[in-house]
Design a binder for this molecule. Sequence first.
Ligand code: HEC
Ligand code: HEC
Ligand code: HEC
Ligand code: HEC
Length: 362
Amino acid sequence: MPAVERSGLHRFVWGLLVVLTITAAYLYTFPQTNVFYASIVLLHAGAGVLATILFLVYVWKRWRNQPAEERLGWFLLTAGAAAGLVLIYTGTSRSHWNLLYLHIVLALVGLGMLIAAWWKRRAGTLPGVARIVVVLAVIAGLGAASSYLRNTRWQKRARIENPSLPPATMDGEGDGPSGPFFPSSAQVANAKKIPSKFFMESDSCQRCHADIYNQWYSSVHHFSSFNNQWYRKSIEYMQDVVGTRPSKWCGGCHDPAVLYSGMMDTPIRQIVHRPEAQAGLGCMMCHSIVSVKSTMGQGDFYLEYPKLHELAASKNPLRRRLHDFLVNLNPEPHRRVFLKPFMRDQTAEFCSSCHKVHLDVP
Ligand code: HEC
Ligand code: HEC
Ligand code: HEC
Ligand code: HEC
């Protein structure tokens, strides 16, 4: 082997390549919302920036005494890295998916060429083209397996299906009579309450989804709570006559910020002017539903409180900037928190979880 191959730079460049390959495989195959995944996103991007510079230096130094295969490999990797640099700047929302796929394909084919060249140096008895074909076929196979792990399980998750029979008595609804929201059928993961602030942070979505926010702002859903005088009077009358508990059934659909925080145990006359009571159905009401248990119009769903959203709604400009950078760089975890596949594939069923009560599917 020529001396240059064992240099520190050589080892470092190959080390970076290994880090980039492993992080890329992980990021693609197992998108999830946690600090570990977010750190890997940053690691991949950081290593990518460093690699782009070093690839250039390394390729420049070794260009002449390399076999054609290896030259092509380094050339494709460097081009892939350049696409990666652009993506760090633009983010990878749907409108940049063409560039994202280009980045992935260039990097994988480049890597394949280098592996084929390495194989030749080791024990190459197969002719060059056959080696390259075998390596690329293995990479394509692994890619297909990752794609299966990434998409198929996710798409099948929490499809909306009605049970064959409704509960025999009202006590079978939701968490049952001892549940915090009973008689509403709605449940929160681990029977916890959700801080009312969570349902009042629609404006934290506005900075990136301005159009949807504006449509929602003037929609009926924004005025479903005690900012709707007909509703307010109905509940005030109802509570005067039968107490607060039965009115929690209404809250499951009308007043997320009041019900799911536990405030609906207080007569509404005492709290009607508080912002929680005026919030309506914010973005989070629908976008934190993780499964719909039935579409019989009972508000029969599960909500989940995604802890990490605190980063999104943070008032600290540094944390907020980090969140926004990460969401733009790799929006998939954000998508998976806020849009379960059934919302898109079974929209009518989704809406029916609230809408059967007064009207059939809108
Ligand atoms: C920093 C900007 C940013 C903020 C803040 C933000 N989003 Fe997003 N959101 C994005 C990006 C980027 C995407 C990916 C869009 C794409 O791929 O086209 C996305 C996608 C989504 C999607 C899925 C769309 C799809 O096509 O799959 C939903 C739902 C969503 N956001 C809801 C919300 C909600 C609710 C909030 C407020 C809590 C919010 N977002 C706040 C940037 C943001
Ligand atoms: C969490 C429960 C809930 C879900 C889920 C829900 N809605 Fe609603 N919707 C309401 C409530 C409550 C009102 C009544 C608000 C008011 O008038 O005070 C309403 C009102 C409406 C109205 C106005 C009806 C009218 O006669 O004025 C339309 C249209 C509507 N929703 C469409 C939809 C669509 C489409 C979906 C599915 C994407 C949906 N809703 C999902 C609770 C829900
Ligand atoms: C399962 C979800 C759900 C429950 C529970 C529910 N509602 Fe509604 N409510 C809706 C929907 C959806 C609409 C809008 C339907 C439409 O306009 O066609 C609505 C509309 C209304 C309206 C009309 C508002 C307007 O501006 O026209 C009033 C008043 C109302 N509900 C009061 C109540 C009361 C009181 C309760 C409890 C006794 C209750 N609702 C329980 C989903 C629900
Ligand atoms: C009544 C329930 C409901 C409310 C309230 C609601 N959404 Fe949605 N949203 C949905 C559903 C259902 C979909 C999926 C629709 C589809 O793709 O067919 C969706 C889709 C989206 C998408 C993806 C749109 C796209 O074009 O791919 C974004 C982003 C989004 N919502 C953001 C928001 C924001 C921000 C708010 C608050 C300002 C909000 N939503 C309020 C039910 C709701």
